[in-house]
Design a protein around this ligand. Sequence first.
Ligand code: ARG
Length: 566
Amino acid sequence: MINKIKNRLREELEKSFKEKYNQEINIVVEEPKSSSLGDISIPVFSVVKVLRKGLDSVVEEVTTFIENTSVRSLFKEINRVGGFINITLDRIAFSKMVIEENVDVLSKKYSYGNNKTVVIDYSSPNIAKPFSVGHLRSTIIGHALGNILDKLGYKVVRINHLGDFGTQFGKIIYAYLNFGNKDLVDKNPIEELVKLYVEFHEMAKDKPEMEDKAREIFKELEQGNLEYKELWEHFREVSLAEYMKVYDMLKVQFDSYNGEAFYNDKMQAVVDELKSKNLLVKDEGAMIVDLGESMPPALIQKSDGSTLYITRDLAALFYRKNNYDFEEALYVVGNEQKLHFEQLKAVIRKMGYDYADSIHHINFGLVLQDGKKMSTRKGKIVKLEDVLREAIALSLDYINEKNPDLDNKEEIAEKIGVSAVIFNDLKNYRTNEIEFNLNDMVNFVGQTGPYLQYTSVRITSVLEENDFVYDKLDYNLYALDHSFELIKAIAQYEEILLKAKEEYSPSVIAKYLLGLASYFNSFYAKEKIVVEDDIERNTKLCLISIIRNILNEGMELLGMQVIKKM
Ligand code: ARG
């Protein structure tokens, strides 16, 4: 909200100068060096420079203009210090505006996105391979970004670009047909398919002809061999069913599950277009696009004619542009694919498409356990479903310790456990590595998901026992230091949402919510809320109700669950 006031002030001042002098002058509106000087500060040096007038007369003129702006009623004091004009907000007027704008924060949908479309490619695990912790990060970050963009008024298309194609399927099909077991695969698809894949490689060491056979199988699969296609479909289906368990627990959904295979019949067009634009170069039998000194070339087609990951990504991008006419295309994928997305953009640019700059690789860091890269435990696959169950079990232990008589303990433990994992990820700026320690993340104290949920529950329990109405408020009370701290925090919410979008990082919201919760908790420790005086009680209840609404909505944007009791 303060930013809105500042922007309004800047625009109106610039307009006043334009009208009077017919000159464009950039007015700077900033925060004062110290909060004791006020809330807003305007250095006038840029005006002095353009108008070539003395400092005193410029200060006087700017001050007069400020006096006539539409936001004047929100200011209590306007003071000059040298070449700066410092403004102190009128706490009462400001509080009134903040409360009025946030009473219905939950039903508010912003229109910053103008209904423009953003496609987000996230999660995107590889069929017949485990859903890794990297895919978990992608799922959590992508889902939250989708929610935030939606709140800001964008049209969001959520795409799970499944890794369901590639030469490995030739190997898996070969292994399955020669030494696989259907029942085992159906019962435990991913584990068994991974086993078959590993076994294939062990055996192929002594029997290199297996590799050729697998290549042949894949080629036939690409060309539509029915038996292979059926098997591939089966593997895809059973794998997806396993991923779905994780998605259900996380409450994540997608608009499209079109994976790499979907683009199988759309790749020739890409190759043809590259050819016609004279971008394809033959290199030892393969087809590449040269990307100059700064990057290795993009490998588009292998010597045997099969296409590659980037070819499928090009086809997918064109498909998305044509079908969704996106304003932005986001790819939530780990740091290790940085080069791949740089190449993708570079090829698009070379092809002459101007939307290369609207493609963003939303990268993220590794997941660590005890400081080491977390992926497999002694060669065993870590099943994410089991990890989430462990988080839930730990949350249930906590409840049993703190509030053993709580109703629906299991259901609440599930909401706490899963949300804890989500928050542990999102409280970190995405490109940083994150430490995965279940005990730390389900803790009810500290910078955790349960701490936020607990703060919300605390407020809810006060609100449920007391009635309040928004039209009987004493704004003088909001001007007092403890309350005004909360008013200022509420005022930041909209700007925080915008910043999260700008940085494509939900952590901006996560950190803000931690601050909001801690402001509330210290307010609650210092101030009695349910006081005798009707107006004072009502005024305080309304304030904490808005805090609770923002906490709840913020948690939901992150993909967490809100609870009423814990
Ligand atoms: N399946 C890939 C992997 O697990 C991620 C795909 C990301 N999306 C994309 N369009 N390339 O590494």
